[in-house]
Ligand binder design. Structure first.
Ligand code: AR6
Length: 177
């Protein structure tokens, strides 16, 4: 039996590109060709091999739709893999944003399970350039990860990486609630 979800979830603050985990999740865009924010940081730290694999996926399947996820090497990152997912752009909350954001978490976790990855680190998908309110996004993230871990053995550990104090507090509150 896997241990309960509560001890398989961790919150940390800092730069996701420094995380020593099996895979880090990238808040990408549907082109998969890189961008600003955490996407830019991951491509800079991971190097050209990450982009090369993204281009190959794009050539094969035409990028990645909102809510879906794909996996590449981590290149030069400490993490062996990057799971790229595309969060929804916040449009007021009535355009299916919560369901699309939930899909990002579930589809990323499904890929981690398929690859039997031990540990996965998530940034606050959609909470930067895409404008998703941080509190609501943390609630979706925590709910989806808890549900997943209650039913699946992989990944064994999930880390929420907060970039700032506010995000760290929001994850902690969502996990306590
Ligand atoms: N480590 C951890 N978290 C980070 C880091 C980092 N190094 N850098 C930023 N964050 P964003 P989005 C946090 O804008 O909203 C890109 O151009 C940041 O504080 O990176 O999903 C893509 O190509 C925020 O909480 O992603 C897309 O076009 C969170 O990561 C678009 O931005 C996500 O912010 C995606 O926008």
């Amino acid at each position: 039996m896997a241990p309960p979800p509560s001890i398989r979830i961790h919150v940390t603050q800092g730069d996701i590109t420094r995380q020593q985990v099996s895979a880090i999740v990238n808040a990408a865009n549907s082109s998969l060709l890189g961008g600003g924010g955490v996407d830019g940081a991951i491509h800079r730290a991971g190097g050209p091999q990450v982009l090369e694999e993204c281009r190959a996926i794009r050539a094969r399947q035409g990028g990645c739709k909102t809510g879906e996820a794909v996996i590449t090497t981590g290149g030069r990152l400490p993490a062996a893999h990057v799971i790229h997912t595309v969060g929804p752009v916040w449009n007021g909350g009535h355009k299916g944003e919560p369901a699309l954001l939930a899909n990002c978490y579930r589809n990323s976790l499904r890929i981690a399970e398929e690859h039997q990855l031990e540990s996965v680190a998530f940034p606050g998908i959609s909470t930067g350039i895409y404008g998703y309110p941080k509190k609501e996004a943390a609630a979706v993230a925590v709910h989806e990860v808890q549900q997943w871990l209650a039913a699946h053995a992989f990944p064994q550990q999930v880390v929420f990486v907060a970039f700032d104090d506010e995000n760290r507090r929001l994850y902690e509150e969502a996990l306590d609630g």
